[in-house]
Design a protein around this ligand. Structure first.
Ligand SMILES: Cc1cc2nc3c(=O)[nH]c(=O)nc-3n(C[C@H](O)[C@H](O)[C@H](O)COP(=O)(O)O)c2cc1C
Length: 370
C-alpha cells in the first residue's frame, strides 16, 4: 500500500518537498486528539519483551529515529506516534543557518539509499531550546539532542560553539550527542581526531555539568563509517578514558561502495553523505570493532542501513543496546516501526535470551568463547 503511494506520489516529487509534506501530515495527525490515539494504537503497539534500559532511561524498545529527520524538534510526538522508541533531534548548531543550496537531497531508489548534503539547516540552539522548554508531550519518550558546529565558525572556535549549544540544550536532553561526523560541514570530521576530540568532549561534559546540576546528562559521540580502524579504536579508548556514556555508529559515508543498482550514475556522483542499504555492512563492522574494544562499559547505538527486524537484531547481537534508522523510513513508510518491532520480538522469543539486554553483544561473546 505505502509502496504504491510512494511510487505514485512521493517518487515524482522533489525529495525534500516530499519530506516536508510527509512531515506536515505527521505533525498534523499528532495534533489531532482522536486521530493520534488511533494512529499510535495501530502503528506503535508495545512489546513487553522489547523494553530496555539504556542511558539511565527506561524505553519501550530499542529502536529510535536517527538525527536529521527532526532537526528542529517539531515532531517528537509525531514520530513517537509512529512507533519510534526514542527520538534524536538535530543536528542543532549554536547559530541558526539555512544549510546548503538546494537541491541537496537525492533518492537512489534501486539502491534503497539517499545522498544528502543538507549542511545542518536548522533554527539554531536558542530557538530549539525554547521549543523544547515549551513542549508538553502527548506521547512521553526519550529525547536525544544532537549538536554540531555552526558552518561559519572557524575550526579554532569549534569548542566554544558546541559549548554554547550545550549550555542552551543540555537541560532539555535525555541524552546529548556531539556530532563530529557529518560530511557536509567543511572540516567537521577533523574533530574526530583524538587531539581535537578530547578537549571538545571535555568542554561539553563540563558545560553540561555546569548547567544541569540535578542529574547527569548522558553524553555520546557520533562517528563516521569512513574512519580508519585505528581511529575507531582511538575514539573508543578516548570514550572510556573520558567516561563517555555512549558512541553512535555510524553517520553517512562519503564512500560510494555498495552502489551499482541505481539507474542514474549522475545521482551517485552527487557530493554528500550516502545512507541506507549501502552503508549497512560498514556500519555493522564499525559497531563490532567498537564492541570488541569497549564491551558493556559504554552504550553503543547502531545506525546505518537498518531496514528491517533482522538488521536491527544483528546490530543488537553485535553489541548495540539501541538502534536507529532514517533512510529506510522513506522507502518503508509509516508501518516500518510496527513491522520492525514485531520481527524483533519474534526473534527474541525464538532465541536463547530471556531479555533483549541479554542479547546485546551475544554474537560477539560467542565468537570470543569459540
Ligand atoms: C537527509 C539526512 C539528513 C541527516 N542529517 C543528520 C544530522 O543532521 N545529524 C546527524 O548526526 N546525522 C544526520 N543524518 C545521518 C543519520 O542520522 C544516520 O546516521 C545515517 O543516515 C545512517 O542511517 P540510515 O542508513 O538508517 O539512514 C542524516 C541523514 C539523512 C539521510
Amino acid at each position: 500500500m505505502y509502496q504504491l503511494f510512494f511510487n505514485l506520489i512521493f517518487r515524482r516529487m522533489d525529495p525534500e518537498k516530499a519530506h516536508h509534506l510527509a512531515f506536515r501530515w505527521i505533525r498534523l495527525a499528532a495534533r489531532t486528539p482522536v486521530l493520534r490515539t488511533f494512529v499510535a494504537a495501530a502503528l506503535a503497539p508495545r512489546y513487553k519483551e522489547l523494553r530496555i534500559e539504556a542511558l539511565g532511561r527506561r524505553m519501550h524498545g530499542p529502536f529510535g529515529l536517527a538525527a536529521g529527520f527532526d532537526k528542529n524538534a517539531v515532531a517528537i510526538d509525531g514520530m513517537t506516534m509512529l512507533g519510534f522508541d526514542h527520538v534524536e533531534i538535530g543536528t542543532v548548531t549554536a547559530q541558526p543557518q539555512p544549510g546548503n543550496p538546494k537541491k541537496r537531497l537525492f533518492r537512489l531508489v534501486p539502491d534503497r539509499a539517499l545522498i544528502n548534503r543538507m549542511g545542518f539547516n536548522n533554527d539554531g540552539s536558542a530557538s530549539v531550546a525554547a521549543r523544547l522548554a515549551a513542549r508538553n508531550p502527548v506521547f512521553p519518550t526519550t529525547v536525544g539532542v544532537n549538536i554540531g558546529k555552526t558552518k561559519i565558525v572557524p575550526e579554532e572556535e569549534a569548542v566554544a560553539d558546541y559549548v554554547t549549544s550545550t549550555e542552551r540544550l543540555a537541560r532539555h536532553a535525555d541524552y546529548l550527542v556531539v556530532n563530529v561526523s557529518s560530511p557536509n560541514t567543511p572540516g567537521l570530521r577533523n574533530l574526530q581526531a583524538v587531539e581535537h576530540l578530547r578537549p571538545l568532549l571535555t568542554a561539553v561534559r563540563e558545560a553540561a555539568d555546569r548547567t544541569v546540576t540535578d542529574r547527569r546528562v548522558p553524553l555520546l559521540v557520533k562517528i563516521a563509517p569512513d574512519l580508519a580502524d585505528a581511529d575507531i579504536d582511538a575514539v573508543a579508548d578516548l570514550a572510556l578514558e573520558l567516561g563517555l556514556d555512549g558512541i553512535i555508529a555510524t553517520n553517512t559515508t562519503i564512500a560510494r561502495d555498495g552502489l551499482g543498482l541505481t539507474s542514474d550514475p549522475a545521482l551517485t556522483a552527487e557530493t554528500g553523505g550516502l545512507s541506507g542499504a549501502p552503508v549497512k555492512a560498514r556500519s555493522l563492522e564499525v559497531l563490532r570493532r567498537l564492541y570488541a574494544r569497549v564491551g558493556d562499559r559504554i552504550t553503543l547505538v547502531g545506525v546505518g542501513g537498518i531496514e528491517n527486524a533482522e538488521d536491527a537484531w544483528q546490530r543488537i547481537l553485535a553489541g548495540a543496546t539501541l538502534v536507529q534508522g532514517y533512510s529506510a523510513f522513506i522507502y518503508e513508510g509509516p508501518f516500518w516501526c510496527r513491522a520492525l518491532h514485531k520481527g524483533l520480538a519474534a526473534r527474541l522469543d525464538n532465541s536463547p535470551y530471556a531479555t533483549l539486554a541479554e542479547a546485546v553483544g551475544a554474537s560477539a561473546r560467542e565468537e570470543t568463547a569459540a
